[in-house]
Ligand binder design. Structure first.
Ligand SMILES: [Zn+2]
Length: 329
C-alpha cells in the first residue's frame, strides 16, 4: 500500500527520505507541506512504514514483514496518528495523544512515530506544549507533521523540524497516473489532471466528486451562453455564483474553458483541447478574436486575485462577468 517506490513525483524529496532510512540517520521531526491531495499523507506513511520495517532494504519497506503488515492493517502499535475532532488541534489533544505517551518506549519496534495530521491547526498553546518535546525528544521518537500553511507555525517550531515542501506534478504525469490507476479514459484523465493542479490525491478526489461534476456542467453552460446574453441577465448571474462562494474551483473551470478556446483558436485541432467532451461548444466559442479571449481569461485570474485579498464576492463576480461577456475589446 505505502511504498516509496510507488510514489509519483517529488523524486528528490523521496530520495532524501530513502537515504535517511537506509543510513539510519533521521531527524526527530519533519514537517511536510503541500496542498490538499498533494501527497503529504502518502509520503509520511511510506516514511513511517519503511522506518518500522524489520527487513528494510535500500531505504524502502519490504511489504511483507510483521511490521509492514501491521502498518497496512492500520494497527501498528508504534505508529500513532494524532488527530483532532474540532477545527483546531488544542493543547488537550497534544497532551493526551502525545505528551502522556511519548516517554513510554516503543512496544515492539525501533521507533515510536507520531503522525500529526493538519498540524497547522494546532493552537499556539498546543504548539508551545509540543515544543518542549521537540526540543528534547526521546531517541526513539519521530514526529511527522503534515500541513498546508507554513505561516501558522511558531518560528520556534519551524526551527526544530526539517521542512519538506511537496511540489505539484506536471499535468502529463497526473494524467498518466489516472489512466494507469483508474478506469478513466485518456480524455477524462487529461481533464481531471488539468483541474487538479498537479496533485494526484486531488485528481482522485475530483473523479469521485459528484458536486464537482455538476458544478462543471453548470459553469460551462453559463460560459457558453454568456456572450449572447443581455447585460442585465449576465449581471444577475453574479447572484447565482454566490452559491460557489466557498468553492472557488469554479474559477479553475472558467480558466480551463478560456484556455481551451484559445487553443482551439490558434491550433485548430481537437487533440490540443483538454475538455474534449465539450469540443463543439469550444470550437463555436472560439470564433471571437484571440485578444478578446485572452482578456476574458485574464478577467478570471484577476477575480481570483481580488478574492484572495478578501474582495467583495458579489462585486468581484459582477466585474468578471461583464468582462467575460464583452464582445469586443
Ligand atoms: Zn517490512
Amino acid at each position: 500500500m505505502y511504498r516509496f517506490q510507488e510514489i509519483w513525483g517529488n523524486a528528490s524529496l523521496v530520495a532524501q527520505l530513502r537515504t535517511a532510512v537506509a543510513g539510519g540517520r533521521t531527524s526527530h521531526a519533519y514537517l511536510f507541506f503541500g496542498g490538499e491531495g498533494a501527497g503529504k499523507r502518502l509520503i509520511a506513511n511510506a516514511f513511517a512504514k519503511a522506518l518500522q520495517c524489520t527487513a528494510s532494504r535500500q531505504g524502502d519497506c519490504c511489504d511483507s514483514c510483521k511490521g509492514c503488515l501491521a502498518f497496512d492493517h492500520g494497527n501498528h502499535p508504534d505508529v500513532i496518528y494524532v488527530r483532532g475532532e474540532k477545527k483546531t488541534l488544542g493543547v488537550e489533544e497534544i497532551r493526551e495523544q502525545i505528551l502522556e505517551t511519548v516517554d513510554l518506549k516503543p512496544y515492539q519496534y525501533a521507533r515510536k512515530i507520531y503522525i500529526i495530521e493538519k498540524a497547522d491547526t494546532m493552537t499556539v498553546q498546543a504548539q508551545n506544549a509540543l515544543l518542549k518535546t521537540l526540543e528534547e525528544p526521546p531517541a526513539y521518537a519521530l514526529f511527522l507533521l503534515l500541513a498546508q500553511r507554513e505561516e501558522l507555525f511558531l518560528p520556534t517550531i519551524l526551527s526544530r523540524v526539517v521542512t519538506m515542501k511537496l511540489s505539484p506534478l506536471s499535468e502529463g504525469l497526473v494524467a498518466e497516473y489516472l489512466q494507469k490507476h483508474t478506469a478513466l479514459s485518456a480524455e477524462e484523465s487529461g481533464l481531471y489532471a488539468a483541474c487538479a493542479q498537479g496533485r494526484i490525491g486531488q485528481a482522485l478526489a475530483l473523479t469521485e466528486d459528484e458536486s464537482f461534476r455538476k458544478m462543471r456542467e453548470d459553469i460551462l453552460d453559463m460560459l457558453k451562453a454568456l456572450p449572447s446574453m443581455t447585460e442585465a441577465d449576465a449581471y444577475l448571474l453574479a447572484k447565482d455564483l454566490e452559491g460557489y462562494k466557498n468553492d472557488l474551483r469554479f474559477l479553475d473551470i472558467m480558466e480551463l474553458w478560456y484556455r481551451d478556446l484559445l487553443a482551439a483558436k490558434s491550433l485548430r485541432q481537437e487533440k490540443y483541447l483538454i475538455q474534449k467532451d465539450r469540443k463543439d461548444d469550444i470550437f463555436h466559442g472560439a470564433t471571437e478574436p484571440a485578444a478578446v479571449l485572452a482578456k476574458k481569461a485574464n478577467a478570471v485570474a484577476e477575480a481570483r486575485k481580488r478574492l484572495a485579498l478578501n474582495g467583495n464576492f458579489r462585486l468581484t463576480m459582477e466585474v468578471m462577468l461583464m468582462e467575460c461577456k464583452e464582445k469586443n475589446q
